[in-house]
Write a protein that binds this ligand. Structure first.
Ligand SMILES: [Zn+2]
Length: 178
């Protein structure tokens, strides 16, 4: 079932999400719905709070990993810095160069509660950081300087007012939406 994606202004996006403690059928169903929602968007990552569920999990697919899930993620050993265009399904339309670690390790659990560890470079590292931020109530605009944040919010406003059509840009850059 496709879920509705919460957008900027929805308070659930600003709440720290709770640890997942029940690895049951409901979690699996939520995971299935989140993957369906992410692919339909389309996006490369989707975190619980983005569909109104304040739980610490996200799904992702950077185009190479295939559909994956990370429950209760923790980031470690971030290294390097990469500034690339980043977008967010919860701030639909604008993209902005956003500084992130170039490589990072993400430890967490699978749907059965078993430990998993994945190392990401480039886009995958960016997804791990973007989605883990969502679980802490942070958005990519919080990682920008004042000017960057202002420009994203101004573009969002122009799109909402119908003064700008994001579709062309979205087609080019959609692989960075998370
Ligand atoms: Zn996002």
């Amino acid at each position: 079932m496709k879920l509705s994606i919460r957008t900027l202004g929805d308070p659930v996006l600003r709440e720290p999400a709770k640890l997942v403690t029940e690895f049951d059928r409901r979690l699996r169903a939520l995971h299935d719905d989140m993957l369906e929602t992410m692919y339909a968007a389309p996006g490369v990552g989707l975190a619980g709070p983005q569909v109104g569920i304040s739980l610490r999990l996200f799904v992702f697919d950077d185009g190479e990993t295939g559909p994956r899930v990370m429950v209760n993620p923790r980031l470690e050993a971030g290294a390097g810095e990469l500034r690339e265009e980043e977008g967010c399904l919860s701030i639909p339309g604008p993209y902005h160069e956003t500084p992130r670690y170039e490589s990072i390790t993400c430890r967490g659990q699978d749907l059965d509660g078993r430990p998993i560890e994945l190392s990401g470079v480039g886009l995958l590292a960016r997804i791990f950081q973007h989605e883990t931020d969502h679980l802490d109530g942070l958005l990519f605009i919080d990682r920008l300087d004042d000017e960057g944040r202002r420009s994203v919010l101004a573009e969002l406003r122009r799109i909402e007012l119908g003064l700008e059509d994001p579709s062309q840009k979205r087609r080019l850059l959609r692989r960075t939406d998370g």
